[in-house]
Design a protein around this ligand. Structure first.
Ligand SMILES: *[C@@H]1O[C@H](CO)[C@@H](O)[C@H](O)[C@H]1NC(C)=O
Length: 236
């Protein structure tokens, strides 16, 4: 069995190249609001998309909590700004509102999310956020999907969702590249090269220092979301 491990780097390189080859060309000239729930969502989940879009579009990051579940909200807001800078984004707003607590047990009201979008995302033509699975399943992430969907529908905006994958693909880095090409064809696929993955990793290790506990290394090292994002436009 051990001999198989020797082929792993080769296999990974091939799948990574294949994934890079299947990447979409990035749209340009759009005003895009990335709607996230907690500081570090942008780095852990959306980095390949942000790195692909930031050079050609106006990206605004709107984070609906300070990530205060452990009392670190004020530090984490600052970390978000540093992380966004590493990812090429300067336009960041963080909301601190008692109706939107950082909590796995609280569904955030869609109308509240809508009123914040009214105030902060007026110029956005596109709202990019989680899909209804929320990637990690976090209730706050899922609330964003429902809030953004209602708001974009009402305002005639476009809605883009980051696709939630099952556990094996989630932790499989680029290894699903061969089984998922059709999916890329029906949406947008953004893929980072070596440099992009390093940037995303640095956004975690250098910017989101307060979040760097041992178990994050598994995500940083193995997650497909650090290297590939599948994004779908939803008709609302
Ligand atoms: C982007 O927003 C600016 C206002 O800040 C606006 O002038 C411009 O038309 C918008 N672009 C698109 C493509 O919506």
């Amino acid at each position: 069995m051990l001999w198989a491990l020797a082929f792993l780097p080769i296999f990974l390189s091939i799948t990574w190249l294949y994934a890079l080859h299947s990447a979409s060309s990035a749209p340009s000239g759009l005003n895009i609001t990335l709607l996230i729930a907690h500081p570090d969502d942008e780095a852990m989940f959306f980095a390949p998309t942000l790195l692909a879009l930031a050079p050609h579009n106006n990206i605004h990051v709107l984070c609906l909590s300070t990530g205060d579940a452990d009392g670190l909200g004020s530090i984490r807001q600052q970390e978000l700004k540093e992380s966004c800078k590493l990812l090429g984004i300067d336009d960041v707003d963080v909301i601190d509102d008692p109706e939107l607590p950082d909590s796995m047990g609280v569904t955030w009201p869609a109308d509240k999310i809508g009123s914040i979008l009214d105030k902060y995302a007026g110029k956005a033509g596109v709202v990019l956020t989680f899909d209804q699975g929320g990637v990690s399943g976090h209730v706050n992430h899922r609330s964003l999907y429902h809030g953004a969907k209602e708001w974009t529908k009402k305002g005639g905006k476009r809605l883009w969702n980051l696709e939630t994958l099952g556990l094996v693909r989630k932790y499989g880095f680029t290894m699903d590249a061969f089984v998922a090409p059709a999916q890329a064809a029906s949406g947008m696929r953004f893929v980072s090269g070596m440099e992009g993955v390093r940037k995303a990793q640095r956004a975690m290790t250098d910017a989101h220092k307060s979040q760097m506990r041992w178990f994050r290394w598994g995500w940083i090292g193995l997650s497909r979301y650090m290297v590939v994002n599948d994004v779908k436009e939803i008709s609302v």
